[in-house]
Design a protein. Structure first.
Length: 221
């Protein structure tokens, strides 16, 4: 069942959260979304969607935004006009090194994802929507949680720790920590301040990547 939650905290920024963007990621992201409490949010209007399984199409492809699921997400963005737009994704943990590697520039024309620690990854959103639907002042974030796929499903938590250094609880904690910086911030300057305090190395990388991706004065988030 698709999941929807609306939190009315009065005057403040509009925030839109989307889990289950594509494929079966919603099965992983729902548990994370449900950990958010009303107190995690600053004042404002909060809309949270988590979708059931849809065909997997990369958000880096125009085809995604032509698909039923992609069009649905665009219509939500156009309808709510969020000041904060966050996509909650999950990725195959065996792809970790590839996702944070410079090879992504050549393979997909986008920057690597940024390692926030404990296998939680972050980045901006697809360049296909970043400038088309948002102003430079909006906060657009993608968060990626590691999922165990394929043969790795046969491994115990201990074996996963040995193979990938993966600790599920530490990953959940890191992912939620970053997510809560988004939920609690009332505007861009507060978000930038909080991220810089907790993730200074990641901010350096984000600044470097955005300079390579967009023009120099485009904000890094
Ligand atoms: Zn995804």
């Amino acid at each position: 069942m698709s999941y929807f939650r609306y939190i009315d905290k009065g005057e403040g920024p509009t925030k839109l959260f989307i889990g289950g963007v594509h494929g079966n990621e919603g099965a992983v992201t729902l548990d994370l979304i449900k950990r958010l409490t009303v107190d995690d949010f600053c004042d404002g209007q909060i809309y949270i969607y988590n979708f059931d399984r849809t065909p997997y199409i990369s958000t880096l492809k125009e085809d995604f935004y032509k698909s039923e699921q992609g069009r649905k997400i665009i219509s939500l963005i156009k309808y709510y006009k969020p000041d904060f737009y966050t996509e909650l994704h999950s990725y195959n943990i065996s792809h970790f090194n590839r996702l944070i590697g410079d090879g992504r520039w050549d393979a997909q024309g986008v920057p690597p994802l940024i390692d926030c620690g404990n296998h939680a990854l972050c980045s901006s959103v697809s360049p296909l929507i970043r400038r088309r639907y948002f102003t430079r002042y909006d906060i657009c974030q993608t968060l990626e949680f590691p999922a165990i796929r394929g043969e790795d499903r046969k491994l115990s938590e201990k074996e996963l720790e040995e193979k990938y250094g993966f600790n599920r609880n530490a990953s959940i904690e890191e992912y939620m920590k970053f997510l809560r910086l988004i939920t609690i911030s009332k505007d861009r300057s507060e978000f930038e301040k909080l991220v810089l305090a907790d993730y200074p190395k990641q901010v350096d990388l984000a600044i470097k990547y955005v300079k390579q991706m967009y023009d120099d004065d485009f904000p890094q988030y």
